[in-house]
Every structure is written in structure tokens, then in C-alpha cells.
Design a protein around this ligand. Sequence first.
Ligand code: FES
Length: 120
Amino acid sequence: MTTWNLEETRCHLLICNGGSCMAKQADEVTQAIRDELASLGADRRIHTTRTRCNGRCADACVVIAYPDGIWYKGITPELGRKLVRRHLSGDRLDEHIVYSYDGRFVSSGLSAAGTDKPTN
Ligand code: FES
């Protein structure tokens, strides 16, 4: 069991490894992001976690960055490396943002609005 010290962590990337994203290179995206972090010596600054489906399969491969609350779509291995470099420099991968957080999630209009969740 691993127990990381996260005190130097500035960003947490959630990399979707659900079925639709896996069909769009999610495993390769995960490895590319982790390889880029290792090669830049930035493992402590950006923490990564593989997740199951995040409910935005049309956007595969999905990567989510917290605490900024940015949802990215269409991430490939090369874009994953670029995303790491952008976040380390305090920037974003603007052309792939589908949602950003401003008190609530705000759509960029770059992707399908999707369907409303049923109310129970
Ligand atoms: S499998 Fe990634 S959002 Fe559904």
C-alpha cells in the first residue's frame, strides 16, 4: 500500500480509464503523462490518478485537473505531455477544455452539452 506525502502537490490529474477512454488510448495517455512528469522531475508537483468512467464518454480521452476544476477532452499521449508542461507553467490546454470551474462548472461549448441527469 502506498501513502504519498502530497504537501508539494499543486495539481491532481484524474485520467479517465473507463471503457470509452481506454478505447481512445487512455492507457497510453496515462503512461505519457506519468513519463513526462518523471522526465521533468515533477512527480511531486502533479499527482495522477486513474479513474473509471467520468460520464463524458463522448469526450474520450478525458483528463480532469484539480483544484482548477478543468475538464479536458480528446487527450492523446502527445497532448498529455503538452498538458503536463502547460500546467507546470501555470497555463492550460485551452483548445481542449470542455468545462472549467467558476463556482459551478461552465461549458466552453467545445463539446456536446450532453443529457441531463434524471432527478430522483
Ligand atoms: S470512459 Fe472516460 S468518460 Fe466515460
